[in-house]
Design a protein around this ligand. Structure first.
Ligand SMILES: Nc1ncnc2c1ncn2[C@@H]1O[C@H](COP(=O)(O)OP(=O)(O)OP(=O)(O)O)[C@@H](O)[C@H]1O
Length: 194
């Protein structure tokens, strides 16, 4: 959640994101969001959104998780955003930078017999880069984690983000643009090769 008043996305004079049920109290929206997304993420564990791991696929995952919550579900953000001292990608280059990153992913052919350790290192790299781009106005963490989890699943690896305390995850993500060793280590600890 970004506490910047943002008239394009928020109710007038408020920091609450415009949402489909129409909650104007942040507390109510948070509770609704938590319930709905928990349910959606559980469903995704059983049946992931299918796709080519390109921009459309990423947006479709976001749409699936957030379609009953936010009108911008599945759509790239149209405003620049920052968290702490970190400014995420500029909106002018967002679509092309996502395409560039996911073309790199496609060309690397990750699913083709990389040794497990190397595979995890590469997932940590793509996870970090996706986070630096921060494609959506809200819901980046959950969408990124599902995207990375789906790639792992395609490679017969079971990755369970619920095994990581949210503070640990956040610390690793904040560090990751400078040094992604902590994130890589976390991914090792939550991934099992079938
Ligand atoms: N200072 C920071 N620098 C880099 N990344 C950050 C920073 N603060 C938060 N993040 C990343 O932003 C993500 C949260 O983004 P956002 O609020 O859009 O997603 P979410 O799905 O709503 O949240 P969450 O990840 O808590 O479930 C975190 O998971 C983390 O990866």
């Amino acid at each position: 959640m970004y506490n910047q008043n943002d008239s394009k996305y928020c109710y007038p004079g408020s920091d609450v994101l415009v949402n489909i049920p129409g909650f104007t109290e942040q507390r109510q929206l948070d509770a609704f969001e938590r319930l709905v997304t928990l349910d959606r993420l559980r469903l995704l564990n059983l049946r992931p959104v299918k796709g080519e791991y390109d921009r459309t696929h990423l947006c479709n995952i976001h749409r699936f998780i957030f379609k009953d919550i936010y009108p911008f579900a599945g759509k790239l953000r149209e405003k620049d955003i920052a968290k702490g001292k970190f400014r995420f990608a500029n909106v002018r280059f967002l679509a092309s930078q996502i395409d560039q990153l996911l073309t790199e992913l496609k060309n690397e052919n990750l699913l083709n017999e990389l040794p497990f350790e190397k595979f995890i290192e590469r997932l940590a790299y793509y996870f970090t880069e996706l986070n630096v781009l921060h494609p959506f106005r809200e819901g980046n963490g959950r969408t990124q984690r599902e995207f990375i989890r789906s790639i792992a699943a395609e490679s017969d690896c079971f990755m369970d983000f619920t095994d990581i305390a949210p503070e640990q995850m956040l610390k690793a993500m904040i560090e990751s643009p400078y040094n992604n060793q902590r994130l890589t280590h976390l991914l090792y600890t939550i991934t099992k090769k079938n």
